[in-house]
Write a protein that binds this ligand. Sequence first.
Ligand code: NBP
Length: 476
Amino acid sequence: MSVIAVVGLATMGMNLARNLAHHGFAVSLYNRTTARVDDFMKQYGTEGAFTPARSPQELVAQLEKPRRILMMVKAGPPVDETIDHLAPHLDAGDILIDGGNSYFLDTVRRGKAVEAKGLRFIGTGVSGGEEGALLGPSIMPGGARDAYTQVEPMLTQISAHVDGEPCCTYIGPGGAGHYVKMVHNGIEYADIQLIAEAYDLLSHALNLGADELSRIFAEWNRGDLESYLIQITSEVLGKRDRATGRPLVDVILDEAEQKGTGKWASQSALDLGIPVTAITEAVFARFLSALKADRQHASKTLAGPNGAIRTAAPASLVDDVRSALYASKMVAYAQGFEQMQAASNEYSWDLELGSIARIWRGGCIIRARFLNRITDAYAQEPSLKNLLLAPYFRDAMASAQGAWRRVLSVAVERGIPVPAFSSSLAYYDAYRRDRLPANLVQGLRDYFGAHSYKRIDRAGSFHTRWSQDGEEVPVR
Ligand code: NBP
């Protein structure tokens, strides 16, 4: 008998099934197109205790009870179709696990529908791509805790481990797991955009080529910025194109694509009223990059500051950009964690933010040395309002801000777009201000719409009859 089934044997399902088998778990395999099951058995059948199934009936007969089925199918309607395909053959208490990148409100809906049938449902984020799935991903499971307990030994064993701790922990009920994965992906968008801006700045302001930039990122990976994304940036920049002999990055088309998790993260932040500027700018930057034809036209039409800049950027710009990247990254993470706290309050998930940072230290795409700092910050102060207020981050921002501002001056003078760098600094500068120009915003709103305003010196709401007698009147 198998202890778990994997349904959906594309990149992720195939590698997770192999990972489970490598850890000694007997795994049943099923896929809508059964040829994939046969291909899997031919290629990997000897790696572990695999049992192929060609129908849902065959699959359920192979599984120990309560049955545990990990679905790794394309997000969206395929998940509903797979549930509908399998559920009629399952018994009360059996557990369906959706390990794809599902939208968290779909997970809430599916959880309720599945539980109404007497089954149990787990919606789990899995990060790490192909390699992570095979060698140890970061796993973010959400749903009923009793269902999680039934799969915990498997999920923790196949997850990545850092300092002997698994990169898997129970996240919370309902859609909590997929929500946290969505914010993870949003932060990944922001991280990638910040790296791209650093690359763009150094290549344009200092005229550095891909090989030199590859060396710079490799150097940065030995310091505070040490992370998977910085490491692979160095590798991508160092790669030569076989066909042309040029750096491969120079022949890759500059149109970024996306699958939607960053957009969902931004949409949810807007719904929650949380200023998640770095992720949202990263999503917008991808949209703008996709307007290639428009940009090509505009590049010949719209004026920039080129030619006006005579002074060469100093070589110290490299260090400044490193500091600016680190500071902007801290803002992106602070915003993402604030968003998760807001969602936790809104949906009553009781998220443990320090534990989330802990399970992102290994396996996932945003794994980074500095996640330890986030775990430490929440360990010291579990009700921390904003990561930037924690002593480590407060001090790191204070020491990076000079470089950050110099970098933005260089970018603005030279017309180099740095939306994530600059919106992160604007967020920092706004967040640390006790008085913002929202007083004028309120005055204008009251002028044209009688929306009223509050005063700094008296309680209550007020309206001024701006264009009539100019009198201020209290609003009840
Ligand atoms: P894909 O997202 O490419 O999905 C392919 C799988 O979905 C195949 O097994 C396919 O079956 C199945 N499928 C489709 Br398409 N429509 C179906 C339907 N109507 N009913 C049943 N099965 C259906 O696979 P993936 O890249 O392995 O990703 C799986 C999940 O993990 C996705 O949600 C993805 O977003 C997420 N994820 C992916 C990565 C990554 O790096 N790729 C990382 C993290 C998370 P078929 O063989 O019959 O067409």
